[in-house]
Every structure is written in C-alpha cells, then in structure tokens.
Design a protein around this ligand. Structure first.
Ligand code: NDP
Length: 479
C-alpha cells in the first residue's frame, strides 16, 4: 500500500505515479512506500489553494476567528485521540524514543490549543490620526502558505507552522522532509476530519530540490515558512526574492550552555546530557558546546560523563529507550567524521562514538573534552550525538566564546547569582536562552535565531503577525 499525498484534502497518487521508499532508522529496513510529488502536483496544489483563497476571499479566510478556533480545537482533540498512531509513526519513521514521541504528540495538540485560543484574539486597531475620520488597521490572511519542514521533529515543527497559519485563515501546503513524511500525512487527514475545509489542506511529500524549489519560486506562494539547514534557507530566500514572498526561516544552531562555578554544578551536569543527546543530537537547539568554569571543570566532567554512559540507547519502540538511532547512515557518518576531526584537532574523546551491533542507525553518545572554540568541532553544526566541553576562566571569556559563532539560536546559563544571570543574558547574542535549565521552546513564547540561525520568529502571538498582512483603511468624515 502506498501512502498517498493530499491535494485539496483528498488522498491521491502523485500525478506522475511516482513513489519513494521511507526507511525505518531503528531497523534500517524499508518502512513505507509514499507518493512522490513532482512539479505537476505543486502546480495542482497552488492552483487549487489560490482559487480557494481568491474566490470571494476564501471561505476559510472569511470564517470568524471564533469558528476557526473551534475547528483548531477539534484538531487538537483528534491529535490526542490518535496519539498511539502518531507516536508510533514518529518512533518508527523518525527514530524517536516512544516516550519522547508521546510527549511530542501532546505538545503538538497543545500548539493547536494555543492557536485555537489565539484565532479570535488577534485583530487590528484604531489609530488616532490627525486627519478627521477613522483610521483602521486590519489584519488579513496572506494567502497560500508553503510550510517546509525538516526530518528531526517532523510532527511538532509541522504543527508550529500549521496551527498559526490556519488560525489566521490561510490555505496550507505542507512539504515534509523526504526522510519523514508519515506524520505529516496523518496530520493532513486530521485537519480535514476536524473540519478545516478540504480546499485549504495540501501535503506534498517529495524531493526538496524539486518541489521545495518549485513551491518557493512560484509567485502564488504568498508566504514561506521554512525550517532546515542554513544553506537551504539561503537558497529559499533567493527564490522568494523574485516575487517578494514573505519568508520566515528557522535554521541551524551551535548553542552553548555556560556553567559557572557558582551554579548548582551537579544539577547542571545531570541536566546537560539530554540537552545534547536528546533526539540523538539531531536538535537545532542542542547545547552542543558546554562551557564550564575551570574551578568546577573536572567535577562537571565526572558527573556529566557518568550520566552520559547511563543513557539507554536502543529500540525507539521500547519504553526504556532514552536515545534512538540517527535518521540515516549518512547522518551517523557525519557524526563519526566530526569525532575524528575533533580528536585530530586535539580534543580529548572521553567516551562514545561507537556503533552498536545492530541494524539500525545507532551511535553511542560521544563526549569530547578540552575543546577550543577555534576547532571545527566547536564551530560547525554536527546534528548528531557529539558534545564538546570547553573550559573558561572569566565571565567575559564565557560570553565571548558563546557569541563567537555564526549561529545564535539557543543556549543556557547556569549560575547561582541573579545579577550575573541578568548581565550575561543581556550579553548573549541568541534568540532563546534558558537560565538554570536547558529546556527551551515553549509554544506560548517566540522562538527563532540571531545571525545565521534564522529570520523572524515562530510560536507565540507573534506568529499570528507572520501569517497576516496589515491593511490600513482611512474613512474620511468629511461629506
Ligand atoms: P534541509 O534544509 O536539507 O531540509 C529541510 C526541508 O527543506 C526538507 O523538507 C527538504 O526536503 C527541504 N528542501 C531541501 N532542499 C530544498 C530547496 N532547494 N528548496 C526548498 N526546500 C528544500 O534540512 P534537514 O532536513 O537536513 O534538517 C536539518 C537541519 O535543520 C539542521 O541544520 C538543523 O539545524 C535545522 N533545523 C533547524 C531548526 C530551527 O528551528 N532553527 C529546527 C530543526 C532543524 P527533502 O527532505 O526532500 O530534501
């Protein structure tokens, strides 16, 4: 059975009948055959989505925010009802440990709940202008939006884009990563079952270089929201320039966690492993550079390394598993290459970097100590289970090292001093920062990056701005 794509809410084969095989990272074996969209499908989707939006400004666009909110609430309910289906698909298709996958399903539903509530609370304003009359600022949906997502958190990142885009009244064209299209298609079904009008819903699995390129260079795409690699983001920005599409980009990261000697060092060291090795390190927010103040450096290393060795790596479907496989052999090889590069640059490999005797794409979490920020290991995004530990001597040095990066997505700082926390937080050039925790990304708050980590912000009420146009209307009161 082939998983069909979705055009105007309907499952169907790709126009040219092509399919591709999705591999299960936990077993290394074929998992599913999926319809492979091509340029004809992109054209069909954009034609239908444009018509759905333009005809009388689109039924969904004209539906009240309150009613759109009700539909989104049903989406969240269906996501919760289909938790087993979605979590199993994410565990098998993306290699996420099943416990994590269940948490992600809850967070996906929570995202829809949040934007269900936002749908009738995002509106324009009245401006007190000097001319006699009434000056209104209206918020309107932008039109067909192309939502392009990566393979690392396929369900969650899709929901971060779908929920605000739909809350604002836009038709949505979702392009999942070719490695992980399954939960995107299940989500498409949920949208339609929940009552989003069929002509607003499109899910197109297929090669990014072909259909991603076609979607982003087509002038009928009013807005592009992309999450993925910085180089792909740059290519999309160039594509969009010709037709001045609205663009949001969430890109790579090389985030730092800074541990000061006055912090609760044991807590920081026990919390750090999953901030790097969660999702096998395939996390744009991974704190892959851990900066530790020299007086507590050895103490931190000892606790951290012991905790890393205790991480249970294995079958994503087992409830005990804490770290699953990497998404592909290629991604695993990249990690192995960087471990070799780091060791060659003088970093000290403390543990990990081994391939277990298994068919899946597993790799044990690797810890490299005595890393210098000039090393490639510390500068380039690896997107795998490789942690770099860097010692530092002063607050100024920690800030300088942290900021000395092309990226600026996430980060943490650990300290017992509130004044230091304020000082350092203000000095760091990063979009999302956590103090005395490594948790980041909350759907109620803005998320995005400085520098090469992106453009614009997702989540929070700000996302509602990103999916709407502003119209200013002045009514003269002169006869
Ligand atoms: P890619 O940039 O390769 O792919 C992301 C998506 O873009 C996929 O759906 C891909 O399709 C598609 N795509 C590929 N080429 C093009 C193109 N020319 N035009 C339009 N779309 C295209 O990234 P990965 O999937 O490899 O994801 C990993 C990267 O994502 C990491 O660098 C990571 O840091 C970043 N990321 C950033 C996040 C953030 O919020 N800042 C969150 C998660 C990941 P296909 O799969 O078919 O190639």
């Amino acid at each position: 059975m082939t998983e069909q794509l979705i055009i105007a809410g309907e499952r169907r084969d790709a126009a040219e009948g092509a399919t591709f095989t999705v591999t299960e990272p936990g077993t290394g074996k074929p998992l599913e055959e999926v319809a492979k969209a091509g340029p004809v499908d992109v054209d069909l989707a954009l034609t239908a989505a444009t018509k759905a939006f333009d005809d009388g400004r689109g039924a969904w666009a004209r539906t009240s925010g309150t009613e759109r909110g009700r539909v989104l609430l049903r989406v969240s309910q269906l996501i919760r009802e289909r938790e087993d289906l979605l979590a199993t698909a994410e565990a098998r298709g993306a290699g996420h440990p099943i416990g994590d996958a269940r948490w992600e399903v809850g967070a996906a539903a929570g995202t829809f709940e949040y934007y269900a509530g936002a749908a009738n609370k995002h509106f324009g304003s009245v401006v007190p202008v000097q001319d006699a009359g009434l000056d209104l600022v209206l918020r309107e949906p932008v039109g067909p939006v192309s939502l392009i997502v990566p393979w690392n958190f396929p369900l969650l990142i899709a929901c971060w884009k779908l929920a605000p885009a739909l809350a604002c009244g836009n038709p949505v064209i979702l392009k999942p990563a070719s490695l992980t299209p399954l939960t995107a298609l299940l989500l498409g079904d949920i949208l339609v079952d929940a009552g989003v009008p069929a002509d607003q819903v499109y899910v197109l699995p297929g090669p990014g270089g072909v259909i991603g390129d076609a979607l982003t260079s087509d002038p009928r795409t009013a807005k592009i929201s992309f999450t993925g690699e910085t180089t792909t983001g740059a290519a999309i920005l160039k594509n969009s320039a010709d037709h001045i599409a609205r663009v949001s980009l969430e890109l790579g990261g090389k985030s730092a966690a800074i541990v000061f000697a006055d912090a609760n060092v044991a807590k920081a060291a026990l919390d750090a492993p999953m901030s790097v090795f969660g999702n096998a390190g395939q996390d744009c927010c991974a704190r892959s550079r851990i900066l530790v103040e020299r007086p507590v450096y050895e103490e931190f290393l000892e606790t951290f390394e012991a905790a890393v060795r205790a991480i249970k790596v294995g079958d994503p479907l087992s409830p005990e598993t804490e770290m699953g496989p990497l998404i592909s052999t290629g991604q695993r090889q990249t990690s192995l290459d960087y471990i070799g590069i780091g060791s060659g640059e003088g970093a000290r490999l403390l543990s990990g970097g081994e391939i277990p005797d298994d068919d899946g794409f597993f790799l044990t979490p690797a810890v490299l100590a005595d890393v210098d920020n000039s090393m490639r290991l510390a500068r380039e995004e690896i997107f795998g289970p490789v942690a770099s530990i860097l010692p530092f001597d002063t607050e100024e040095e920690a800030i300088a090292i942290s900021n000395d990066s092309d990226y600026g997505l996430s980060g943490s700082l650990w300290t017992g001093s509130a004044t230091r926390a304020i000082r350092v937080a203000k000095s760091l050039r990063t979009g999302t920062l956590s103090v005395n925790t490594n948790k980041s990304v909350r759907f109620e708050a803005p998320f995005g990056g400085y520098k090469k980590s992106g453009l614009g912000r997702e989540l929070g009420m700000g996302a509602m701005d990103a999916y709407t146009e502003v119209k200013n209307v002045f009514f003269s009161e002169e006869d």
